[in-house]
Design a protein around this ligand. Structure first.
Ligand code: PRP
Ligand code: URA
Length: 209
C-alpha cells in the first residue's frame, strides 16, 4: 500500500491556511502556491538516494554526498498544476517537465483528456505529478494511468489539499504511488468541491471567473 504523508511542517500549514481565505487575490495566491510547492518538494524528497562524490574545494580534496539514482521529472496536471511547477523547480532545477491536460466535466465530474507531452526519457525518471487539488481523484488517477501507459514506473503524487474520497480512490487504483498532501480536508460537497477547501484552484491561480 502506498504511503500517505500529510505535511506537518508549520510553514506549510500556515501558508495553506492563508490561501484558503476568499479575499486572497490571484497574485498572492499564485505566489504562495509556489512557496508551498517548494516546501512540499523539500519534504517529499527526503528519501532520495545519495552517492559519495570526490571533489576538490579551494583547500583540499574531499568526498561528499550528491544525488544519485534516477533523474527526476515534474508533471503538472493542467491547468492548476502549473502553479506548482516553479516551486518544484526551485528545489530540483535539473528536473524535466512534462504536461498532462485534463479538465473535470462539470456534469459528470469525470476527467477529460486534452493534452499530453512528456520528456522522451520519462520512463527512466522518477516522476512527481503535481496538482493543487485531489477531490474525487478522477483527474490524478487518470493522469497517473497515462504515465503508466507510457512506461513510467516510479511515480509520486503531490497536492496541496485533498479530500478523503480522493485519497481512498488513489490508494485503490494506484497502490504503488506515494501521496504527499499539504492539508487533508473533511469531505466533498454535492458539486464535488472540497469542504472547506479553497474553491477552484485553477480559477484562483489564473484569475478566471
Ligand atoms: C481541478 C484540479 C484537479 C481536479 C481535481 O482541475 O486542479 O485537476 O479539479 O478534481 P478531481 O480529483 O475530482 O478530479 P479542473 O478540472 O477544475 O481544471 P483546471 O485545473 O483547468 O481548472
Ligand atoms: N477542483 C478544485 O479546483 N477545487 C475543488 O475543491 C475540487 C476540484
Amino acid at each position: 500500500m502506498s504511503k500517505v504523508q500529510v505535511m506537518d511542517h508549520p510553514l506549510i500549514q500556515h501558508k495553506v491556511n492563508y490561501i484558503r481565505r476568499k479575499e486572497v487575490g490571484s497574485k498572492e495566491f499564485r505566489e504562495i502556491v509556489g512557496e508551498i510547492a517548494a516546501l512540499m518538494c523539500y519534504e517529499a524528497t527526503r528519501d532520495l538516494k545519495l552517492q559519495d562524490v570526490e571533489i576538490e574545494t579551494p583547500i583540499c580534496k574531499m568526498v561528499g554526498k550528491e544525488l544519485s539514482g534516477k533523474k527526476l521529472a515534474v508533471v503538472p496536471i493542467l491547468r492548476a498544476g502549473l502553479g506548482m511547477v516553479d516551486g518544484m523547480l526551485s528545489m530540483i532545477p535539473a528536473a524535466k517537465v512534462g504536461h498532462i491536460g485534463l479538465y473535470r466535466d462539470p456534469e459528470t465530474y469525470e476527467p477529460v483528456e486534452y493534452y499530453c507531452k512528456l520528456p522522451a526519457d520519462c520512463d527512466e525518471r522518477e516522476v512527481f505529478v503535481v496538482d493543487p487539488m485531489l477531490a474525487t481523484g478522477g483527474s490524478s488517477v487518470a493522469a497517473i494511468q497515462m504515465l503508466k501507459e507510457k512506461g513510467v514506473k516510479h511515480i509520486r503524487f503531490m497536492c496541496i489539499i485533498a479530500a478523503p474520497e480522493g485519497v481512498e480512490r488513489m490508494q485503490k487504483e494506484h497502490p504503488d504511488v506515494d501521496i504527499y498532501i499539504g492539508a487533508l480536508d473533511e469531505k466533498l460537497n454535492e458539486h464535488k468541491y472540497i469542504i472547506p477547501g479553497l474553491g477552484d484552484a485553477g480559477d484562483r491561480i489564473f484569475g478566471t471567473k
